[in-house]
Design a binder for this molecule. Structure first.
Ligand SMILES: [Zn+2]
Length: 309
């Protein structure tokens, strides 16, 4: 299975900044030598790619570092040309993973899933909406494709929901803690809000009782899965109670679903803010390892996953 990363995914942040940039290099290092996995360099998305989703005014503001104070606080990362370049590189990894998954069934960006970014503003450490950029690019050549976004990050995918609110071709599914960031939710096609500190059993029960039906009825041609590592009980922001074993069950469940329906899937990180920084990287890496094992089992021998439409 192909996956994509780059040393420049790591962007220098002030000391004590809460965003764990180290998870990108740590998880990539943990995955070195994994069976059935190839790690390739990401290539930046072009400005034309970004402009299909984001407003020119917003991109210009990020590029120049000219955010209002409240906008800067809401984004949580220091705007400027460096941040825009780094974010375009991360989006590039999602574009590459999308193409690789289209051809070979499953592929990962060792980052991405920046689901809080709207067309005209960045929120919650999300500068650009990678999934939206990938979908809008593909729609230019295949306008009838049906996309399903499985968002299992602990937080609601409000930016993605906003961007695709009026697009019937995109199903946005988000399972998350109801009373957590973002305080104001932007409705998706199917939201599954859970109580704070939900345990693994209850989370999995809710996932299993809502996702398969929606997925089966929508009959997607392609899936984006924003996994999230912030569901862990030791996460600072996720407010969920899953342990490592629950992550394994979650991953097997989603992978079984997309392979059973033969829907090619691009897998993305989403958030992770474990009090143990190394564990954030390990949770992401373990999910990618499970994907590689699934890929080997289900797709390695039949690389003809092009959607019919
Ligand atoms: Zn999150």
């Amino acid at each position: 299975m192909r996956c994509f990363t780059h040393p420049d995914y790591v962007f220098p942040l002030p000391v004590r900044h809460p965003f764990p940039m180290d998870k990108f290099w740590r998880s990539a290092a943990m995955l070195e030598g994994t069976a059935h996995l190839s790690i390739e360099d990401s290539v930046p998305a072009t400005e034309a790619d970004l402009r299909r989703v984001h407003t020119a005014g917003y991109l210009e503001k990020i590029h120049r570092g000219h955010l209002e104070r409240t906008e800067a606080v809401k984004l949580g990362l220091p705007a400027g040309a460096g941040l825009l370049a780094r974010s375009a590189l991360e989006v590039g990894g999602t574009l590459q993973a999308t193409e690789a998954a289209q051809a070979e069934g499953l592929a990962c960006n060792l980052a991405g899933g920046t689901h809080h970014a709207f067309a005209d503003r960045g929120l919650g450490y999300c500068v650009l909406n990678d999934v939206a950029i990938a979908i809008r690019r593909w729609q230019t050549s295949a306008p009838n494709l049906r996309f399903f976004i499985v968002d299992t990050d602990a937080h609601q995918g409000n930016g993605t929901h906003g961007i695709f609110a009026a697009d019937e071709r995109v199903f946005t599914y988000s399972i998350h803690v109801g009373k957590n960031y973002p305080a104001v939710k932007t409705p998706g096609r199917l939201d599954v809000p859970l109580p704070r500190y939900v345990n693994g059993t209850d989370f999995l029960e809710q996932l299993e009782s809502t996702l398969p039906e929606a997925f089966g009825e929508f009959r997607p041609d392609f899936c984006f899965w924003i996994t999230g590592a912030d569901l862990h009980h030791n996460d600072r922001f996720g407010q969920m109670g899953l342990d490592d074993a629950d992550f394994a069950v979650r991953d097997q469940f989603v992978l079984e679903l997309v392979t059973r329906h033969q829907v090619p899937t691009a897998v993305l990180y989403g958030g992770g803010y474990n009090r143990d920084r190394v564990h954030t990287a390990r949770l992401h890496a373990e999910t990618v390892r499970r994907c590689a094992a699934y890929w080997h089992q289900h797709y390695a021998e039949k690389p003809t996953m092009l959607p019919a439409r």
